[in-house]
Design a protein around this ligand. Structure first.
Ligand code: CUA
Length: 386
């Protein structure tokens, strides 16, 4: 995205410079041309003699010309904005939790980091982000991306790194005493090296952690396969639209799942009673993310998902097509885009027209519940040994 943002920026600078110079030149020219000369103050004022018609032409020009320029800027910027808000379908999913004063990142494989984010080069990456306390802002200047990270909802940000290397990561929203120390780095690696790195984490995948949580919280007493289950079946749910009590439909995405875990009575699926208690007290944001990763892993449309490659043998269902596993870089975790060759094509398409209106774009806004989960409850901290 950097190139596109820069082109627009240079265009703005150029237009501003040209207009600024023109205005300056006109000021100087008129100041000299129409300066007061000796004796002027005693002459009667006669005006400059512009006809009504000339005046109209000038008006059309000074309204029309800026209008055209501004519309060009608007159209151009809107294209880029839409592209920045629309992660490609094959984007690799990573979760981010901001807190005073650090960035915690969780990969689907289960690997966690603090103030660091490792990503493969040439692969679209989608971050789903939330905050445990105040508003932060996730900012990678080199990638020209910045998105606020808000308590009580998910926001998303996506990028595709085009160069291997280390890049600054900043918090760009004043968030307290150590805001200026809330910095980190993004490490862009070759896909092979990244896979090795990703497998170096200990413990199971996010989905596995979520499954354990799911069981220990007793979620399965209501959300199960039985016909008389008191909660909706979660298999194949993610990414689908469900009918709610009251007739509305809602897309089952991260935001809806999060809201339904923390504020279950808000949007109850049609045919079920609002009997589920809130889990605000038992869960922190990281646990919620694990649960969501688990529910996600149950697949959409009944399809088994492909989890990210990981050293842990038990972690993943294998890729649906043989021979794609080694291609590297593609971490599609929802099975829908488990195609090892995807990243190369999409890289080329990076400069193209964005697909507007794709579901993920404004996902964060759906969960405006304002629910703030309690901070680390008991064992919350242990999960983040780097
Ligand atoms: Cu977090 Cu500033």
């Amino acid at each position: 995205m950097a190139e596109r943002v820069d082109m627009l920026f240079y265009f703005l600078c150029t237009v501003s410079t040209i207009v600024g110079l023109l205005i300056s030149a006109a000021i100087i020219f008129f100041a000299v041309r129409y300066r007061q000369r000796p004796g002027d103050e005693t002459k009667p004022y006669k005006g400059v003699g512009i006809s009504h018609q000339d005046m109209q032409r000038m008006e059309v020009l000074w309204i029309g010309a800026p209008l055209v320029v501004f519309l060009i800027i608007f159209w151009w910027a809107a294209q880029i904005f839409a592209a920045t808000q629309t992660p490609p379908d094959n984007a690799m999913q990573i979760y981010v939790v901001g807190k005073q004063w650090m960035w915690k990142t969780q990969h689907i494989s289960g690997r966690r980091e603090i103030n660091e984010l490792h990503v493969p080069v040439g692969q679209p990456v989608k971050l789903t982000m939330t905050s445990e306390d105040v508003i932060h802002s996730f900012y990678i200047p080199a990638f020209r991306v910045k998105t606020d990270v808000l308590p009580g909802r998910y926001t998303t940000l996506w990028f595709e790194a085009t160069e291997v290397g280390e890049f600054h990561l900043f918090c760009a929203e004043y968030c307290g005493t150590k805001h200026s120390e809330m910095i980190g780095k993004v490490v862009v690696m070759e896909p092979k090296a990244f896979e090795t790195w990703l497998g170096g984490g200990k413990g199971g995948s996010l989905a596995e952690a979520g499954e354990k949580e799911f069981t220990s919280l007793g979620c399965n007493t209501c959300h199960n396969d039985k016909d008389n289950a008191r909660g909706p079946q979660l298999k194949g749910l993610f990414g689908k639209h469900v009918q709610l009590n009251g007739g509305h439909k809602v897309l089952v995405d991260e935001s809806y799942l999060r809201e339904s875990i923390l504020d279950p009575a808000k949007k109850v699926v049609a045919g079920y009673q609002p009997i589920m208690p809130s889990y605000v007290a038992q869960l922190n944001e990281e646990k919620v993310i694990e649960l969501i990763a688990y529910i996600r892993s149950l697949g959409a449309s009944g399809k088994e998902p492909e989890l990210a490659p990981t050293a842990s043998a038990s972690a993943a269902a294998t890729a649906p097509e043989p021979g794609t596993g080694g291609a590297g870089g593609n971490q599609a975790e929802d099975g829908a885009s488990a195609d090892g060759g995807a990243s190369a094509d999409d890289k080329a398409a990076g400069g193209g027209k964005p697909t507007q209106g794709a579901g993920g774009a404004a996902a964060g806004d759906a969960a405006a519940g304002g629910q703030k989960p309690s901070k680390d409850t008991g064992k919350g901290g242990e999960g983040f040994a780097p």
